[in-house]
Design a binder for this molecule. Structure first.
Ligand SMILES: Nc1ncnc2c1ncn2[C@@H]1O[C@H](COP(=O)(O)OP(=O)(O)OP(=O)(O)O)[C@@H](O)[C@H]1O
Length: 275
């Protein structure tokens, strides 16, 4: 097992946010973490990239307990793309990608030729090489997101942790990013909201609800209408993708509620009745 979340529990503001979460990511596999807003996905990931110390439990990378490693060694093992990553970096694209090498360098050591080539390759893979000299703050949200993934790949981590990496990306770049991640041979734990992308990209999926793991397995085992109803509170059909067989979720909206003003007046009279 390459990455193991081993009984992680986190309390924040006196409330349990992650409850005894155990989840394995086998070597070279992509495991998705899905769940409703506020179910604790980002909090669990923060424990993996050591932005947060769990109240109980451990994170293992191979046979190493991450908390026993220096932050520098941890950063050689685990690269993360987070919701907060790089939002305030006043650097050029190539400088940001080169920062991925920081955990491997000492002091002001310059990049070797191999490292420079590696950074360039990462920029090419993420389709940002043409932006190398641009400042990251002047990029679009999606371009910046791709730069940050290039930085994470340049880090040559054993484990890659991604928190909603497809945020801001157009569909082409969503598909490209996930196929790249899947083909990179790295062990990946990824939070995704798009269940169909999760189904296509992940070997296994874990489902969090109110901080607890309520299901884990292959996409076919996990993505069922019953689970979607129970965990997400939605009615949906699940059908096999016509070409790949991956389960795909077809959402059904409830019947049209009517014009907005009638919805608002119905809500007002409902509120009146309750008060
Ligand atoms: N510092 C904090 N203090 C108190 N509560 C917090 C803190 N940080 C997060 N929370 C709460 O923990 C819960 C889980 O948050 P988290 O960001 O892990 O959820 P998530 O599943 O990633 O949600 P989303 O899908 O909306 O990104 C939320 O209810 C959030 O309000």
């Amino acid at each position: 097992m390459d990455l193991r979340l081993d009984g992680l529990s986190v309390e924040l503001g006196g409330a349990p946010i992650v409850r005894a979460l155990t989840l394995d990511v086998p070597d070279g596999q992509v495991v998705g973490l899905v769940g409703p807003n506020g179910s604790g996905k980002s909090t669990a990931l923060r424990c993996v990239y050591r932005a947060l110390r769990p109240d109980a439990g451990r994170v293992w990378v191979g046979t190493e307990d991450l908390s026993s490693l220096s932050l520098r060694l941890s950063a050689q093992r685990v690269a993360a793309l987070t919701q907060e990553s790089g939002s305030d970096l006043d650097f050029t694209v190539e400088e940001v990608v080169a920062l991925g090498r920081a955990p491997h360098l000492r002091g002001n050591q310059a990049l070797s030729d191999r490292e420079r080539a590696l950074c360039h390759r990462a920029m090419e893979l993420l389709d940002v090489a043409h932006l190398a000299r641009r400042g990251v703050l002047e990029l679009s949200g999606g371009e910046r997101q791709r730069v940050l993934v290039a930085r994470a790949l340049a880090q040559e981590p054993r484990v890659l942790v991604l928190d909603e990496p497809t945020n801001h990306l157009d569909v082409r770049h969503q598909v490209e990013l996930l196929s790249l991640v899947r083909g990179a041979g790295i062990t990946v734990l990824v939070v995704l909201h798009d269940l169909n992308l999760a189904s296509a990209a992940c070997d296994r999926i874990g489902v969090l609800s109110e901080g607890a793991l309520v299901a884990a397995g292959t996409p076919g085992e996990v993505l069922t209408p019953a689970l979607l109803r129970e965990v997400f509170g939605i009615e949906a059909s699940v059908v096999p993708h016509p070409l790949t067989g991956d389960p795909q979720v077809l959402y059904r909206l409830p019947p049209r509620p009517g014009p907005l003003d009638s919805v608002m007046s119905r809500k007002a009279s409902h509120d009146d009745q309750r008060s």
